[in-house]
Design a protein around this ligand. Structure first.
Ligand SMILES: [Zn+2]
Length: 420
């Protein structure tokens, strides 16, 4: 049962959106009277990213969903666009304020304090993770070094000089820093003296072995601090000190639903349930979204109030529906493959790429995995193959490649490739 205050916010936002957005006016041809809006909500059609991309193509540059005049817009970002063309995201002052407020709560939940100095290593190149997350870091009272991405040698020099206590980056960037530390400074990660790692944009930390390995190697607490998406809200999921999954941090800013990936039926947000996360903005002026399919499949871990005081449900991201494919009748998630690979931290660097056919049905399924120097390809390969079979019911062709041979990126790295 929807709480009364939430219902009021939802109805107010729906009224606003339907009166201002030409995109939603043409999408919802039959709009119920005000009093029926919250009842009708569950039957509203979903919105997906492709519709928004098409809308921006037909109504360039910002689309017919722009509900304010450009003079009331303060900032323009774009989505990272690893799988599609980027979307342009526009924010008003109020949109920025709510985004930064939730971002601040996420970083605080993951342990960032006023006394911290944090080096911020996400791209400022129109990406929400750059400038807007920078503001969220500052909002905690911490001191921020606006580093951005690239030039790892200079990053290390900066860390050695200023001695920040925390770093905010993607987990895969750590291995790039480690490589440059070793080759160009003869140093180890622990020599940097970082105490807190705030990670986002990629999965990986959900694997406890992978996390413990980072914590041991770097001497810092590794936190999943930044889950979100530029098209909806930059950040709305973060762990607390218990490291038991992401808290949903935006209870009065976003209305969440989960839907079954097959039937698209709504599934209750209850412990153990799994589905694609669907979000509706409750407080958005420039480009509000109604029942937006995020493509992320999540599992609800707990709905009980946490020891940290946060009442938001806890969840984990199981995978992206566009990072999923069907191989011999089995749904294969790239995240699940990643978890198995990161169980073998001694043998593998953690970098891998998956190749499948461009057109289904998939009969080519090959994984290129970086093997650490000195690891025994024969025995570890057999063990890995058996783990894939027993835990994921898959039998991919495994090809080992030398450590350092797959591309390192500071942003999100693409792992699934479709070949002819
Ligand atoms: Zn908690």
């Amino acid at each position: 049962m929807m709480k009364e205050i939430l219902k009021k916010k939802l109805v107010a936002q729906l009224e606003y959106t339907l009166s201002k957005s030409r995109f939603y006016q043409s999408k919802f041809r039959e709009i119920p009277a005000d009093a029926g809006l919250s009842e009708a909500f569950k039957d509203f059609p979903f919105t997906d990213k492709q519709e928004l991309l098409t809308d921006q193509e037909h109504h360039p540059p910002f689309g017919a969903n722009l509900c304010v005049s450009l003079k009331d817009c303060r900032r323009i970002h774009k989505t990272s666009g690893t799988t599609n063309k980027p979307l342009l995201i526009v924010m008003t002052d109020n949109d920025i304020a709510t985004t930064v407020e939730i971002g601040k709560k996420c970083f605080q939940s993951s342990g960032l304090k006023e006394s911290d100095v944090v080096v911020h290593c996400l791209s400022y190149n129109m990406w929400m993770g750059g400038y807007t997350d920078h503001q969220s870091l500052e909002a905690t009272g911490a001191t921020v070094i606006p580093f951005g991405v690239g030039n790892t040698h200079n990053l290390i020099e900066t860390i050695l000089l200023i001695k920040p206590t925390a770093i905010h980056c993607t987990p895969s960037y750590l291995s790039k820093i480690e490589l440059v530390l070793k080759n160009e400074f003869c140093l180890k990660p622990i020599d940097l003296g970082l105490k807190l790692g705030l990670f986002g944009a990629e999965s990986g930390l959900q694997n406890e072995i992978f996390r413990k390995n980072i914590e041991k190697k770097w001497g810092m607490k590794a936190m999943n601090a930044n889950y979100g998406m530029a098209d909806v809200l930059s950040m709305f999921g973060a762990e607390c000190h218990r490291q038991e999954g992401l808290h949903f941090m935006a209870c009065d800013i976003l209305y969440p639903e989960i839907i079954s990936p097959g039937s698209l039926e709504t599934v209750p947000i209850e412990e153990g349930n799994l589905g694609e996360l669907v979000l509706t903005n409750l407080d958005r002026e420039a480009q509000p979204l109604i029942r937006y399919r995020t493509n992320d499949i999540i599992r609800i871990l707990s709905t009980r109030e946490c020891e940290c005081g946060n009442k938001g449900f806890k969840f984990e991201v199981v995978g992206r529906s566009d990072d999923m494919f069907v191989f011999k009748g089995v749904n294969v998630y790239i995240n699940a493959i990643e978890r198995v690979i990161s169980d073998h931290v001694d043998a593998f660097s953690g970098h891998f790429q998956v190749f499948i056919n461009e057109q289904p049905p998939v009969d080519l399924f090959r994984i290129h995995i970086e093997l650490n120097d000195g690891a025994d390809a024969g025995s570890v390969g057999e063990k890995l193959f058996q783990t894939f079979r027993s835990t994921l019911s898959i039998s991919p062709e495994i090809i080992f490649v030398p450590n350092g041979s797959l591309p390192r990126t500071a942003g999100k790295s693409k792992k699934l490739f479709k070949t002819l």
